[in-house]
Design a protein around this ligand. Structure first.
Ligand code: ZN
Length: 372
């Protein structure tokens, strides 16, 4: 099968994160077994009661993998009016479809690469790792990182980087912050506490924290410092009532070298200070997510090899990936795949056909380099 027909098959299987990924896993399992790999399923039930599966396919039944090619099976949702979403369509050398770029293109390239190699001749274990629920928090990869059913020496994590090897990435952290006030008629504000005004006081402090963070620089990122964002704010019940509650999300993306809870601690310090001077300042912080940043030495054999094989010097990514989970199981991990992240997650997502073919070649060379 060509890489295009494989991608067509993969795109035709609806695998948005809200559904079970059992269908696409069954397809991948069959392809891997046909290629002579041994497969192991790591199933679990998600919090909505839906079955999600990580699949690991290896040469031999090894628990010490030399090279892992990692692709997530889930996609973001698609607009039902986008007719190409599940029907891979080629125009002007581009292949359109949901997941074509993020990350079914990489998976198709990895399958095509292993099918072009004589796996029996490989001296060191190769694995394909297919994960669940990347788009909703890298949940599948995190499960593997927690349970550690195997170790890996090197990992290529498929994400759209236009084949540029990415050797470092910012962390991704999220907290929900809730301010509590006391309702009162707005004609008599002295009788209550507005949770919205309390939130405004804290937001001023958080803005100052974001400026403070700009003094710690990590060259190689754009922008070269930890960023934060308040993306959602909700509160209040009516225009003439002092708001009883106000909640907002705080998201931050840490540069490597900075602990993932650094921003949280700075914000907690501001909250403590506001509480000290105002007994009516009531605030709860629910730290929902803390994904580490990662950074691999530019002299790493994997970075050097992928720079040479792709012909592109290594870079960094500001979005979250499964690389930190692969590092947690012992791997040097680099993010690389066909397609551009800027066209991912939107109607009209595509992968350029020539990049897809070059990706097959890069992965084939990587298998020969690290496993032969
Ligand atoms: Zn992705």
């Amino acid at each position: 099968m060509t890489v295009e027909t494989t991608l067509r098959d993969l795109v035709a299987i609806d695998s948005v994160s809200a559904r079970s990924n059992a269908d696409i896993i069954a397809y991948l399992e069959a392809r891997c077994r046909d290629a002579g790999l041994n497969t192991t399923r790591f199933p679990h039930t998600d919090e909505s009661g839906i079955e999600k599966i990580n699949l690991v396919a290896t040469t031999g039944d090894e628990t010490e993998i030399q090279l892992a090619l990692v692709g997530h099976t889930d996609t973001v949702p698609y607009d039902p009016a986008w007719h190409e979403a599940l029907h891979l369509t080629e125009r002007d050398g581009k292949l359109f479809g949901r997941g074509a770029c993020d990350t079914k293109g990489f998976i198709a390239a990895a399958l095509t690469a292993i099918e072009s190699v004589d796996l029996a001749k490989l001296e060191k274990p190769l694995a394909l790792i297919f994960t669940a629920d990347e788009e909703i928090g890298c949940l599948g990869a995190k499960r593997l990182a927690q349970t550690k059913p195997f170790t890996a020496r090197y990992a290529i994590v498929g994400e759209p980087t236009s084949l540029r090897p990415m050797r470092a990435g910012k962390g991704y952290c999220l907290a929900e912050i809730t301010l509590r006030g006391r309702e009162a008629h707005s004609a008599y504000p002295q009788l209550g506490v507005s949770a919205i005004f309390q939130a405004a006081r804290l937001l001023e402090r958080i803005k100052a924290v974001s400026h403070q963070l700009q003094s710690e620089i990590h060259q190689g990122f754009d922008p070269p410092y930890t960023t934060l964002n308040v993306g959602i704010i909700q509160g209040g019940s009516a225009k003439n009532v002092l708001a009883r509650e106000c909640r907002f999300t705080l998201e931050w993306r840490t540069i490597p070298g900075q602990k993932s809870d650094h921003v949280l601690n700075l914000v907690k310090h501001e909250v403590a200070d506001l509480c000290k001077h105002d007994p009516d300042f009531v605030c709860e912080i629910d730290a929902a997510r803390a994904d580490d940043s990662f950074e691999i030495d530019p002299e790493s054999e994997l970075v050097q090899f992928l720079e040479q094989a792709s012909g592109i010097s290594s870079g960094t990514v500001a979005f979250g990936t499964e690389a930190p989970s692969m590092i947690a199981i012992g791997a040097e991990a680099v993010v690389l795949g066909p397609g551009d992240i800027r066209v991912a997650h939107r109607t009209g997502e595509f992968v350029p056909g020539d990049e897809l073919h070059r990706c097959v070649e890069v992965l084939r060379l990587a298998i020969r380099q690290f496993c032969a």
